[in-house]
Design a binder for this molecule. Structure first.
Ligand code: DHB
Ligand code: FE
Length: 295
C-alpha cells in the first residue's frame, strides 16, 4: 500500500520564481532566503517520493470569479505553467499521476468531501514556486519536474473560504485515501502559501513575525487546536493574504499522528521536524518553511 512519508510546508511568492528564472538568487536581497532552502533540496534528494499531493491556491489564473471551486483536485496527466501576465515561467510542465489522482478522487469523495475534478488547467506561482524552492533550477528542456504532482487547488481568494477545521479533516481523508492505494508508493503532501502578508489596502506590507512563529509551533504540536482558529484571526493578525495558511492544515491533517486510531496498527507518534526556516521579507511576504517526517 501507499504511504505518506512526509509533509512539506512553504510560502509562495511570484518574485521568488522570477529571482530563480533570472539567475539572481545570490543577490544580497535573495541570498538569505535561498540559503534556507539548501538543506531542503538535500533532504529532497534523499527522500524523493513517488508522488506529491501539492495543496496550493490559484490566483485567478486557471480559475476566476466565473467559477470558484472550494477544493479542486487535478486528475490530468500534465499541467503547463500559467501565463500570469509576463508569459509562462520557463520551467518544465508538471507531470500528473492519473492513477493515484483517480483513486484519491474516488476515496475522498466517498468519504463525503465533494471535490471538484479538473482534467485541464494551468498552474500558477502558487504551485510552481514551491516546486522551484524544493527542487531548484531545472535543466533547460527538462521534460517535466522530477516527481509527478497531483495538484489540489483550494479557494482562499474569494470568500467564503473553507475553515481550518475542514482543511484538517480533508487532510485526514487524503491520508486514508493514500493508504488504501494498492501500490507501494511513497507520497508527500505539501501545504503551501502564507505566512503573514497583505498585498493591498491601508495595511499593505503587514508582517507579523511573532504570530507566524507561534502558528508554526502550534501546527507542529497542536494542529487540532489550531484548526479551530477563525478566519477573522488570520486576517487580523496575518493580513488578508495570511488566510492562505489554512492550506497548511490539509498537509498536517495527512500526518499519521492525526489518523483515526482504528485505521492504524502502529502507535501514533508526533512527526519529526526535519527542517524549519523563516525569513522576512520576500517581496511583501513572510516566508515560512517546515519539513515534517512521519515516524
Ligand atoms: C506576493 C505574495 C503572494 O502570496 C502572492 O500570491 C502574490 C504576491 C508578494 O509578496 O509579492
Ligand atoms: Fe498568494
Amino acid at each position: 500500500h501507499a504511504r505518506i512519508t512526509a509533509s512539506v510546508y512553504t510560502s509562495h511568492v511570484p518574485a521568488i520564481g522570477v529571482a530563480m528564472d533570472q539567475g539572481r538568487t545570490q543577490d544580497p536581497y535573495w541570498q538569505p532566503l535561498f540559503a534556507g532552502y539548501e538543506a531542503s533540496r538535500r533532504w529532497m534528494a534523499e527522500h524523493r517520493p513517488d508522488a506529491i499531493v501539492l495543496v496550493y491556491n490559484d490566483h485567478a489564473n486557471a480559475f476566476s470569479l466565473d467559477m470558484i471551486p472550494t477544493f479542486a483536485l487535478g486528475t490530468a496527466e500534465r499541467y503547463d505553467p500559467a501565463d500570469e501576465g509576463w508569459g509562462p515561467r520557463a520551467v518544465p510542465p508538471v507531470l500528473g499521476h492519473g492513477e493515484l489522482a483517480a483513486h484519491l478522487a474516488q476515496s475522498v469523495i466517498q468519504q463525503d468531501f465533494d471535490l471538484t475534478l479538473v482534467n485541464r488547467m494551468t498552474v500558477d506561482h502558487g504551485l510552481t514556486v514551491p516546486l522551484s524552492l524544493m527542487f531548484g533550477e531545472q535543466p533547460a528542456g527538462a521534460p517535466h519536474w522530477p516527481v509527478p504532482v497531483i495538484p489540489l487547488a483550494v479557494n482562499v481568494v474569494q470568500y467564503p473560504v473553507p475553515s481550518g477545521r475542514r482543511c484538517l479533516q480533508l487532510g485526514q481523508a487524503i491520508r486514508r485515501a493514500v493508504e488504501s492505494f494498492d501500490a507501494p508508493l511513497k507520497v508527500q503532501v505539501w501545504g503551501t502559501g502564507g505566512m503573514s502578508h497583505q498585498l493591498q489596502g491601508p495595511r499593505a506590507g503587514l508582517i507579523n513575525h511573532a504570530w507566524d512563529q507561534a502558528w508554526m509551533d502550534r501546527l507542529i504540536a497542536d494542529p487540532r487546536g489550531l484548526s479551530e482558529m477563525p478566519h477573522l484571526e488570520y486576517v487580523r493578525e496575518a493580513g488578508s493574504e495570511g488566510i492562505e495558511l489554512v492550506m497548511w492544515l490539509i498537509a498536517r491533517g495527512a500526518m499519521s499522528d492525526l489518523a483515526d486510531p482504528a485505521d492504524v496498527d502502529v502507535p501514533l507518534r508526533a512527526p519529526r521536524v526535519a527542517h524549519r526556516f523563516y525569513h522576512v521579507p520576500a517581496s511583501n511576504t513572510a516566508v515560512g518553511h517546515l519539513i515534517l517526517e512521519n515516524p
